[in-house]
Design a protein around this ligand. Structure first.
Ligand code: N2P
Length: 342
């Protein structure tokens, strides 16, 4: 009898605590740093009676590794363009139920139907931007216009590179006049070579460049556009430019991983992000370009007119999107390992 009561009490405790499994209304988000602001998170929590937990990753490859290692418990992930294709092929994403995402219609058509997910069955564009260089204009003179500033011994120990293999190798490839998507072993070897030469000058490899620029840890950073403008709010002398040799541009997306514990809540979250006012708030916070046309009128004027965030057609014509290089990826992996290991 007593035993039964104890068992019964134990059962109630386990049920009340969710059996230690996935919490009912908890949305687990795996995002780039500073992509989901606290006020967006808490506004969603209030409206949907849910809890949102956000973890961050530093590169597409980190995100891929996490999903490949099995049940991650994440409901929302944010791969960039080329990585969406890799993840679809690897059966790592779930098809979206568009009925739960009516605000999908708010997305500008220019961001839809891309090669990595032609029907947008798995991915919703979230934000877009470029990679380039941020520098403190009171310390770096004359104003640089080329990737070569990141090989200039005068700035040894005062700059950072992204901690992202395709972006860092891509910067070196661009400096050499090659495509960021090269599948030539010679071109890749040449890029690796100059990155090995650069390494003693690099203070650190870090994707969260806004943090180290704001804190003054570095005066120059290879970074993504939004991070440069976020840091400039704390350090007004910072400027951002896209090197004359060209660079990368990206579309980051929102997806639901295969086996996500809270798929419907995840779709509600995606729909929420696509409300024009909410999307504008996100853009005002992340300082990346919005993919929601109707959001633009709520985006702060300063950002809307910022050519570093919305570059001219001329600048965009020098940009490349990273694409999946398929079997050649192992060569990039190997080159990156060697660069980081030295
Ligand atoms: C935001 C990082 C931007 C992601 N902090 C680049 N794909």
């Amino acid at each position: 009898m007593l035993k039964r009561r104890v068992l019964c009490a134990l059962f109630i405790i386990l049920v009340a605590s969710g059996c230690g499994g996935a919490e009912q209304n908890q949305l687990n988000v795996f995002a780039w740093a500073n992509y989901v602001s606290d006020d967006i998170r808490s506004a969603f929590e209030r409206e949907f009676g849910a809890r949102v937990v956000v973890d961050t990753f530093a590169s597409n490859e980190d995100l891929l590794t996490k999903l490949q290692s099995g049940a991650s418990g994440y409901d929302i992930v944010m791969p960039s363009d080329f990585m969406v294709g890799v993840m679809i092929e690897g059966d790592l994403l779930t098809e979206l139920n568009r009925d739960n995402i009516p605000n999908f219609r708010n997305i500008s058509p220019q961001f839809l139907g891309k090669y990595f997910d032609p029907g947008n069955l798995y991915s919703v564009p979230y934000t877009w931007g470029t990679a380039g260089i941020a520098y403190d204009s009171s310390k770096v003179k004359p104003p640089p216009d080329s990737w070569t500033v990141l090989w200039d011994t005068r700035y040894s120990g005062s700059f950072s590179m992204l901690d992202d293999q395709r972006e860092v190798i891509g910067a070196a490839l661009k400096l050499l006049g090659y495509s960021v998507n090269t599948t030539s072993l010679e071109e890749l070897a040449a890029a690796k070579q100059i990155l090995l030469e650069q390494k003693p000058l690099v203070k650190l490899y870090r994707s969260e460049a806004d943090e180290i620029l704001s804190s003054g840890d570095v005066d120059i950073a290879h970074c993504w556009s939004g991070d440069a403008f976020r840091a400039a709010e704390n350090r007004p002398d910072l400027r951002y430019f896209i090197p004359k040799e060209g660079s990368t541009q990206f579309i980051d997306t929102v997806c639901i991983p295969a086996g996500a514990p809270h798929k419907e809540l995840a779709e509600q979250f995606i729909d929420y992000l696509l409300r024009p006012e909410v999307n504008a708030k996100i853009t005002n916070f992340t300082k990346y370009g919005t993919c929601v046309s109707a959001a633009k009128e709520y985006v702060s004027e300063k950002l809307r007119d910022e050519p570093g965030i919305y570059p001219s057609e001329e600048v965009l014509s020098r940009m490349e999107s990273l694409i999946d290089v398929k079997e050649f990826t192992v060569q990039y992996n190997r080159a990156w390992e060697e660069i980081k290991a030295q």
